[in-house]
Design a protein around this ligand. Structure first.
Ligand SMILES: Cc1ncc(C[n+]2csc(CCOP(=O)(O)OP(=O)(O)O)c2C)c(N)n1
Ligand SMILES: [Mg+2]
Length: 626
């Protein structure tokens, strides 16, 4: 054997040198997998990964304000790129690292790839406890980075420099796996990051990971075709997998060929153009009357790329047909098996193509198709009705959603995550392209909105990015406005101020709890004013518009619907991040459409309203499937 050439690099330099040579290929299109690295430096990474990034500027470094936010930005980037590209995130040890835990959970739950590189305590231990070290008296083999384990799809601590030779390829396998992807965490002890090692030179050669389009078992797909032919009232539930697999065109052809109507999950909205006659729109807790009616009586549900969260199944009450059966098309065996389904473990696009061939000549009963199309049309009128409300003195959220939808155009991407907006948007947003509707609703993480918007804009610089955010989420994390200014990533941030939690306030009232703890008001004599206190409660002296201005954003303050529409037009012309500030009504909501969400009510209480809510809850609980 000849002498192997080596490169003597620090472990951190080797990590960066490896990452910049990683590519992915799907359908013949090749691209680098990492667009660079977000980072906030401290003693746990400055001399390691920090020095490596400085030495290799071709692997672009992005500064952030908050570690959680940078993980959200990387996650949103990956979502926008259909999981074919992401960013790495480097943090210091201790609080910098644990700030990323919420971001990791958000990425993993949404099945989106991000690579996290938290610094870790000294592997050599002699100087322990180092600043920010969690000590344990029962082991030395623990640090705060162990908190990443349950929220990561792959986790490793690299205590010797040569370990990356096996850790990094594993990290890439998981990150690029459509079925296993999520947050990958490599904890990098501060001393090891700076240690040199003679790495084999070919470790840094270009590597291309091919993203396969796996096909399901032939017998299973033949049974599925048989089940579909036997069904009378089939419904397709389109999840995020349709979009990630770029199966949108195939889905449209499948639907037109078979006449099977479609309900869309939060991640799947945009799978079909909103105006398609067989698009019933949102399904589940935040669903439309059209989708929820068809779901209730469906005898066959074909789930494509969905995790079946409780929001999709209306807490297992959505599908009430006594003999309902499920066929699930999913890259992940885990998801394909849900709902006791006939599992088609495979890529959405090729599976739908194969299924279409097996269904040649088949189409649903024309009466059923006609009924679905009528429900679609009626829903369009309902959206029109809500868009046309002109509530006074404060506008309703529904009409503001309508204004953003209609003025933002076909090339926009709207970003949102938590509060009452996701439900309203799921029902009302008219998705004009598959990436038009970007909702983080796996974790519904307050604070994702602006940070996520930044990641979206970085991934799609030619698109107009509209971030829709409530005052609660805004207060939780608005820091990446600064990064958007720094990087020239223009966002249009629509900030809806209803002085607290409209969403949880309404949930609270439905549970008989009168909005307790959901308004931003002063306590009165040590007691929390609820909704009954109305305007008696004293509001707080907070000025969110000034706050946004102080972070460098251009801010437009509005009062009326008319101000709001002109503000959107003005914001489109602005060359930097613009915040449109408007107050909206806490109580005027978009109704629910024959759906339910299981939030258990206190079984015993001293409050009559809670006792009444409990009785209603018991009726619905009885309707849940196992
Ligand atoms: C990090 C985090 N904490 C708590 C929650 C629970 N939660 C869901 S919505 C919400 C209130 C959101 O308030 P705001 O952003 O003002 O939106 P609004 O409900 O007023 O529309 C809370 C506290 C959450 N989703 N995420
Ligand atoms: Mg609010």
């Amino acid at each position: 054997m000849g002498e192997q050439t080596t490169r003597r690099l620090t472990m951190a330099q080797a990590v960066v040198a490896f990452l910049r040579k990683q590519y992915v290929e799907r359908d013949g299109v090749e691209q680098p997998f990492f667009a660079g690295c977000f980072g906030i430096f401290g003693h746990g990474n400055i001399a390691g990964i920090g020095q490596a990034l400085q030495q290799m500027p071709e692997f672009r470094y992005y500064q952030a304000r908050n570690e959680q936010a940078m993980v959200h930005a990387a996650t949103a980037y990956a979502k926008t790129k259909n999981r074919l590209q992401t960013l790495a995130c480097t943090s210091s040890i201790g609080p910098g690292a644990t700030n990323m835990v919420t971001g990791a959970a958000t990425a993993t739950i949404n099945r989106l790839p991000v690579l996290l590189l938290p610094g870790d305590i000294f592997a050599r231990r002699n100087v322990a406890p180092v600043l920010q070290q969690l000590e344990a008296d029962f082991t030395q083999d623990i640090s705060v980075n162990d908190c990443f384990k349950p929220v990561s799809c792959y986790w490793d601590r690299v205590v010797r420099p040569e370990q990356i030779l096996t850790s990094l390829p594993e990290a890439m396998r998981v990150l690029t796996s459509p079925s296993q992807t999520g947050a990958v965490t490599l904890a990098l002890p501060q001393d090891v990051q700076a240690e040199a090692y003679p790495y084999p030179a070919d470790f840094f050669n270009k590597r291309v990971s091919r993203i396969a389009r796996n096909r399901p078992d032939r017998q299973a797909i033949e049974s599925a075709a048989e089940w579909i032919r036997q069904s009378k009232r089939p419904l397709l539930v389109a999840g995020g997998g349709v979009i990630y697999s770029e199966a949108v065109e195939t889905l449209r052809r499948f639907v037109e060929q078979t006449g099977i109507p479609v309900g869309e999950t939060m991640a799947g909205k945009g799978s079909l153009l909103y105006s398609h006659p067989l698009n019933l729109g949102a399904i589940g807790v935040t669903g439309t009357l059209a989708a929820n009616r068809i779901a209730r009586d469906a005898d066959l549900v074909i789930g494509v790329g969905t995790r079946y969260s409780d929001f999709t199944t209306a807490s297992k009450t959505a599908f009430q047909h006594p003999d309902v059966r499920f066929i699930n098309i999913n890259v992940a065996e885990f998801d394909a098996a849900k709902q006791h389904a006939l599992p088609l473990v495979g890529d959405a696009r090729v599976t739908l193509e194969e299924l279409s061939q097996l269904l040649a000549g088949y189409s649903v009963d024309p009466d059923y198709r006609g009924a679905a199309e009528r429900l679609h049309d009626e829903w369009e009128q309902e959206v029109e009705r809500v868009y046309s409300i002109r509530n006074t003195p404060l506008p309703s959220q529904g009409e503001l959603v309508g204004a953003v939808n209609e003025l933002s155009g076909d090339r926009a991407i709207m970003v949102c995550a938590a509060g009452s907006l996701p439900g309203d948007l799921h029902k009302l947003w008219r998705a004009r392209n598959p990436k038009n509707y970007h909702l983080e609703y796996g974790y519904s993480c307050m604070g994702y909105e602006i940070a996520g918007g930044l990641g979206v804009k970085m991934a799609a610089p030619d698109k107009d990015v509209y971030v829709m955010v409530g005052d609660g989420s805004y207060l939780m994390m608005n820091s990446e406005i600064v990064t958007s200014i720094q990087e020239g990533c223009k966002l249009i941030i629509v900030l809806l101020d209803n002085q607290g939690y409209k969403s949880i306030g309404s949930l609270s009232r439905s549970l008989g709890q009168d909005g307790f703890g959901t308004r931003y008001v002063y306590p009165q004599n040590g007691v929390w004013p609820t909704d009954t206190a109305g305007a008696e409660a004293q509001t707080l002296p907070v000025n969110l518009a000034e706050n946004a201005r102080s972070l460098g954003a251009h801010v437009i303050e509005c009062e009326s619907y008319e101000d709001f529409t002109s503000a959107i037009e003005a914001a489109q012309k602005s060359d930097r991040t613009t915040v449109i500030y408007i107050q909206n009504d806490r109580y005027v909501g978009v109704p629910g459409y024959e759906s339910w969400w299981d939030v258990p009510v206190a079984e015993v209480s001293e409050m009559p309203a809670v006792q009444a809510a409990r009785r209603e809850w018991e009726v619905m609980r009885a309707k849940e499937a196992i």
